[in-house]
Design a protein around this ligand. Structure first.
Ligand SMILES: Nc1ncnc2c1ncn2[C@@H]1O[C@H](COP(=O)(O)OP(=O)(O)O)[C@@H](O)[C@H]1O
Ligand SMILES: [Mg+2]
Length: 232
């Protein structure tokens, strides 16, 4: 992934002027800098949540980004299971489309519908969709969420427990580029260690914003200080 000549300012505050940054596929990067330096904004520019004043981003083909933002509010009426299941939203949508195609076929007998359904079915078979429940269970046990019960509503969880559930959902997503903004806020030491291990073993690209050197140091290949990138 390449950030090319990115400039961004809010009012009079200039965050970056013609920032250039390359993150290679599979690389694990730690992004650091003072509070207010523009780390979260840069993350949002990468995820598309903020459109930069100037510049552009080049993504390699087939890159799918998973993003964890501790400050994003979750729908608290969901159970832990329902929330984790959202990691498979893409696959669930495909399953839905397949049943619609069969439904239409039963009325029209149009073979093209069957052909399309077959292609989608192959895609599902190749994904982790049919292991979904087992994967959710495994993740929940790994993070110690199973003791709460997977049918517990998110509104009944503490901040730290909610953080764990968000981490679990992120790890279940079939993305190949993870972005985490200050993931160690509100999590306990044990969760921190399992996150460190998960990120260390993660084969895809990782961009983690963190001020905790002891957290990111073991699994990053490179540290980028946003304040040292600003000007030539
Ligand atoms: N939507 C916005 N509107 C105005 N100012 C913003 C906006 N988003 C961020 N800022 C300002 O930009 C600066 C950088 O913010 P941020 O990217 O959150 O920094 P960091 O994550 O490095 O602490 C801060 O001064 C912040 O107040
Ligand atoms: Mg921030």
């Amino acid at each position: 992934m390449k950030l090319v000549n990115i400039s961004q300012q809010f009012g009079d505050k200039v965050l970056y002027e013609k920032l250039n940054l390359q993150i290679n596929t599979g690389e694990h990067i730690g992004l650091i800098g003072q509070n207010g330096a523009g780390k979260s904004t840069l993350v949002k520019i990468i995820t598309g949540e903020v459109l930069a004043d100037e510049g552009f981003i080049e993504f390699p083909k087939n890159q799918s980004v998973g993003y964890l933002d501790q400050y994003v509010r979750v729908d608290e009426q969901l159970t832990i299971y329902e929330f984790l299941k959202q990691a498979f939203a893409k696959e669930l949508a495909i399953e839905e489309e397949i049943s619609e195609l069969y439904e239409k076929y039963s009325q029209t007998f149009d073979d093209l519908l069957l052909e399309r359904a077959g292609k989608l079915q192959t895609k599902l078979d190749q994904s982790e969709f049919y292991q979904m429940d087992a994967l959710i269970q495994e993740m929940a046990v790994g993070l110690g969420l199973d003791v709460l019960g997977l049918d517990t509503l998110l509104k009944n969880l503490s901040g730290g427990e909610q953080s764990k559930v968000k981490l679990a959902q992120l790890t279940l997503q079939t993305s190949n580029f993870l972005i985490l903004d200050e993931p160690t806020n509100h999590i306990d030491q044990k969760t921190k260690e399992s996150l460190q291990e998960a990120l260390g073993n993660y084969p895809g690209t990782v961009l983690v914003v963190s001020h905790e050197q002891e957290f990111y140091e073991p699994f990053v290949d490179r540290v980028i200080d946003i304040e040292k990138q600003e000007k030539d």
